[in-house]
Design a protein around this ligand. Sequence first.
Ligand SMILES: [Zn+2]
Length: 216
Amino acid sequence: MLSEPSKSRQVFNPAKVGKSNVTIPGANILARARNTETQARAEREMMATVELDTRLSIAYHEAGHAAMVYWRCESLHERRLVLHADRFGGANLVPMYESCKSDLMVLVGGNLAQLLAAGIVPTRPIRKPNEYRQPNGDSTRIRNLVKALRAGKDDRKYQFEVQERCGEIIEAPKMWQAISAIAKKLASDGVITGEECERLFEACGAPRCPQTGSLS
Ligand SMILES: [Zn+2]
């Protein structure tokens, strides 16, 4: 069964992310534990749940990038999405450039899909300050590209407009269905090929941009 974006929406408030409004998966398992033996087992179960949820969250991120590549009618052949087993994070071996508006959409698609999967609709341009430390981090690349497209200005209003357009595409039911299917396969297998992604986008009838020439 493929899921749609959560109906119960939270407004994105960066100050609250990771704090009290976030439910820890498996917390109820702990609450049910009655003695130390079951408590230890419950803790192991809880960690497994958190691990799975973290992988799924990152998988949505990578699927979001791939969705925008697919949307702009670019081939995903000989590309793949991978999750790192040994450290926190994932990678997409899909083409991501920094020269035009649709490149910005591809860059923004990752964090956006990740938040939407958590039922959070961002109300401001997504930037993660900790990503600025990595020259290849999404936020660094987004900032650089926004400046390049807006005559040197870090125009966040512009980023938000592009992000909102991205959101319309990602949240289109058929696109979201494909993103969910790709993320679930990536989370369980640790890798998914570009060909398999394309097959899922096509099987779900995910939309593609009608005129690639109008994107830049
Ligand atoms: Zn990313």
